[in-house]
Design a protein around this ligand. Structure first.
Ligand SMILES: Cc1cc2nc3c(=O)[nH]c(=O)nc-3n(C[C@H](O)[C@H](O)[C@H](O)COP(=O)(O)OP(=O)(O)OC[C@H]3O[C@@H](n4cnc5c(N)ncnc54)[C@H](O)[C@@H]3O)c2cc1C
Length: 388
């Protein structure tokens, strides 16, 4: 981070760096893939016990109320120490939305379990044929006494096959506007009628799955907000999701990989140049994230579409540089041990292809910027609203 740190911030960096060095499990350091729950959740709980699992949550709900600078310090030190990825749908998506829109009973029921890792969450928005055009979703819920009875098919559900709960969008009525009639609901994945099928990605991980719902009964008190009026909750969550995807965490991780690769190869000025470019790109992203996160911290609204595009394209360009530096070894699939730690030639590169798709594709984010920031009219023939 190019910003000058206060004494307290420098002290915080030392504390985080020391703790990460001592506590990140050696066998999980610098691994590309998110570890499976049996490896990942003990690390999640270590962070929870240290009080660092939710830097961005308010203290009243068990978070750290960290400043954006403290958040970036944590990301930098976690990248340096090679801390493994943890599931983020609870901490970054549904948690902040429950804090904003949940009832006190919903908050008391779910927030402590999200923080402790007792409940892992997934996001049930996308369906076959309803990704960018989210309002076309067809999973249907019928009201029966005090229950919703839900049937449908969700897809690309990250960690859905490992999750305990899913927050989902379901259609409860058909209005003139397609955004009307959608309800936001929390589903306990142990409920009868649910089956899940993992999907393997190009990178070789089983990160997401399909979720099939067949007459699944969900109590009405699991609805967030009002019946038929879930779209506002859904889009508030998407904006929060984009801000989190827009953090420099992944770019810093990619940069760390490039640094290691350059150190492991014979000296070459072209590699130094590639590393310098990547360092500058990561700094640009960090500065943009800080500016937007600080604006939001002060009660403003961040343009999360811009940040989502910048962050995901920065990661992809750093990993393009990594491939360039790796030279003829670039196609090697598996990471290889070296005296500089694991050398990842292509795993993270392949994994990063997905970044410009999830959380709303970058093309759709550009449409949002055109409409909301620049005030341009929609393109002739384009569907009226997509993931807004
Ligand atoms: C790794 C990964 C994890 C995911 N995790 C989840 C999850 O946990 N939960 C969940 O609900 N979903 C998840 N998704 C789904 C993701 O949100 C969708 O893939 C995404 O919104 C795009 O939808 P789609 O795949 O149906 O593509 P489509 O909407 O069919 O888009 C196909 C192509 O057309 C372009 N396009 C579509 N509409 C427009 C337009 N109006 N203007 C210009 N271009 C357009 C898109 O940019 C894209 O290139 C995940 C996806 C990935 C890749």
């Amino acid at each position: 981070m190019l910003r000058e740190l206060t004494e307290d911030e420098q002290q915080f960096r030392l504390e985080v760096a020391g703790w990460m060095q001592a506590n990140v499990p050696p066998h999980l350091r610098h691994t590309t893939f998110r570890p499976l729950p049996q490896d990942c959740m003990p690390w999640f709980r270590q962070l929870y016990q240290r009080g660092w699992i939710a830097p961005h949550w308010p203290r009243a709900f068990g978070g750290m109320a960290a400043t954006p600078v403290q958040e970036v310090i944590m990301m930098e030190e976690m990248a340096r120490a090679g801390a493994p990825d943890i599931p983020g749908q609870g901490l970054n998506h549904i948690g902040p939305i429950l804090i904003k829109c949940g009832t006190p009973a919903q908050q008391a029921r779910h927030l402590p379990a999200i923080l402790s890792g007792e409940a892992v969450w997934c996001q049930g928005y996308s369906e076959p044929g309803s990704g960018s055009d989210l309002a076309s979703l067809r999973t249907r819920a019928v009201i029966d006494d005090d229950d919703l009875v839900i049937s449908g098919h969700k897809i690309w559900t990250t960690w859905g096959h490992h999750a305990d709960w899913m927050f989902a969008l379901v259609r409860t009525s058909d209005g003139a506007a397609r955004q009307h009639g959608i309800t936001f609901v929390l589903i306990d994945l142990k409920t009868p009628g649910i089956s899940r099928r993992p999907i393997r990605t190009i990178a070789g991980d089983d990160e997401f799955c399909e979720v099939f719902l067949d007459s699944v009964r969900v109590p009405m008190h699991n609805v967030i907000g009002e019946i038929d009026r879930g779209w506002a909750v859904a889009t508030a969550l998407l904006s929060e999701e984009r801000l989190r995807i827009g953090s420099p965490a992944l770019a810093l991780k990619a940069l760390e990989r490039l640094r290691r690769m350059v150190r492991a190869l014979p000296p070459d000025p072209r590699n130094d140049e590639a590393l310098a470019q990547a360092e500058m790109d990561a700094e640009t992203l960090t500065a943009s994230f800080l500016a937007l996160a600080e604006a939001e911290h002060k009660g403003g609204t961040a343009d999360s579409s811009y940040l989502k595009i910048l962050a995901t394209e920065t990661v992809q360009s750093i990993l393009d540089l990594l491939q360039q530096v790796a030279g003829e070894a670039a196609p090697l699939r598996a990471a290889a041990p070296s005296e500089h730690g694991l050398l990842d030639y292509s795993e993270m590169f392949l994994q990063s292809r997905r970044l410009s798709i999830y959380g709303g594709t970058n093309e759709v984010q550009r449409n949002l910027i055109a409409a909301k920031v620049l005030g341009l009219p929609p393109m002739a023939g384009a569907p009226a609203r997509r993931r807004e």
